[in-house]
Design a protein around this ligand. Structure first.
Ligand code: TYD
Length: 135
């Protein structure tokens, strides 16, 4: 059973020279095969996103621009992390409730996902989430 301690930051290797930074996510960087890529942008600063857990999906969140907070819950503990470095992503494993908020102006969140979109993989009710953890 995953806990918030299983949610980890992963540094993305980068090539930096006087022309800027080039960050590269090759297959060794994240521990799953990518089946889907999506991104959030034009996010109002008071937006609240997430508010769900996943049964199987693993996700790697990268703040390509700006910053935002991710609130993580495993039913016992809560942790808030700030994503604000484009070469430092957050690996969220299944069974973790997440909420995204406090988006800076111009924030862009890239998400690399281990599965294609499947609404049946979501747990969108916090009570159901807590029940799923006690099973
Ligand atoms: P959701 O995952 O709830 O967004 P967030 O966690 O960022 O708040 O998805 C929002 C809506 O977009 C929901 O109606 C499902 C749809 N959606 C897709 O159609 N495909 C996708 O790959 C994703 C992630 C969401």
């Amino acid at each position: 059973m995953n806990t918030i301690d299983n949610v980890t930051f992963i540094e993305i290797p980068k090539v930096h020279d006087e022309r800027g930074v080039l960050a590269v996510i090759e297959k060794e960087v994240i521990p799953f095969d990518i089946k889907r890529v999506y991104y959030l942008y034009d996010i109002p600063s008071d937006a609240y996103r997430g508010g769900h857990a996943h049964k199987k999906l693993r996700q790697f969140l990268v703040p390509l621009s700006g910053s935002f907070d991710v609130i993580l819950k495993d039913g016992n503990d809560t942790k808030i992390v700030t994503l604000n470095k484009p070469n430092k992503g957050l690996l969220i494993v299944p069974g973790i409730w997440r909420e995204l908020e406090n988006f800076s102006s111009g924030a862009v969140c890239l998400v690399l996902a281990s599965e294609v979109y499947d609404e049946a993989d979501y747990i969108r009710d916090y009570k159901d989430f807590i029940l799923s953890k006690s099973r």
